[in-house]
Design a protein around this ligand. Structure first.
Ligand code: AMP
Length: 189
């Protein structure tokens, strides 16, 4: 049985990059709601158009939409052997829905929280904006995404803290260095 993991951290903490590395190392699927939403937006689906308008402000797409996407994705065969969630859940309501989606013997076993210094992260996101041209990477949206993270997503640390499954990792430093810390945190049981 593969592992059932969640990677948590503010925008720009390097979640996407680290998630891909962890998934490659462990051979589990990478489930990123941000990627799924950008894929919809890129294909110009109805959902994608609505999501893009919200994403461009830095606010969250409605819970019902992302919960339905994740339910669908977790039902796929490859997710039966473990998975890593990246960017979902982002609200307590989503976390409660996830609990309902996962059978008791398939619940999350570890939540890795990547901690960073906010100013550093804003700079990283501005650099990414210049390189990748993501439409939600302008300074105003970035500040709002930070505020949304603090207000709506950070409470998940307490939510999962009650289960004793949170492992905190320092997200500052080189990509390989941070990956080493995550690998060590996950190796610890
Ligand atoms: P990400 O790629 O995870 O940084 O997500 C980019 C944007 O997609 C976020 O700022 C939200 O607008 C939207 N999004 C991604 N995942 C979720 C989620 N679980 N709940 C609500 N909105 C989401």
């Amino acid at each position: 049985m593969g592992r059932r993991l969640l990677l948590l951290g503010p925008p720009g903490a390097g979640k996407g990059t680290q998630a891909a590395m962890v998934c490659r190392a462990l051979g589990i699927p990478h489930i990123s709601t941000g990627e799924m939403l950008r894929d919809h937006a890129g294909r110009g689906t109805d959902l994608g158009r609505r999501a893009r308008a919200i994403m461009d402000t830095g606010e969250l797409v409605p819970d019902a939409i992302v919960i339905a996407m994740v339910e669908d994705r977790l039902g796929a065969e490859d997710a039966g052997c473990g998975f890593l969630l990246d960017g979902f859940p982002r609200t307590v309501a989503q976390a409660e829905a996830l609990d309902g989606l996962l059978a008791p013997d398939r619940s999350l076993e570890a939540v890795v929280s990547i901690e960073v210094v906010e100013d550093e992260v804003v700079q990283r996101l501005l650099d990414r904006a210049a390189k990748e041209g993501r439409s939600d990477d302008n300074e105003e949206t970035i500040r709002n995404r930070m505020a949304v993270y603090r207000g709506q997503t950070a409470p998940l640390l307490e939510y999962y803290g009650r289960d004793g499954i949170v492992r905190t990792v320092d997200g500052m430093g080189a990509i390989e260095e941070v990956f080493g810390r995550i690998a060590a945190a996950l190796a610890g049981g």
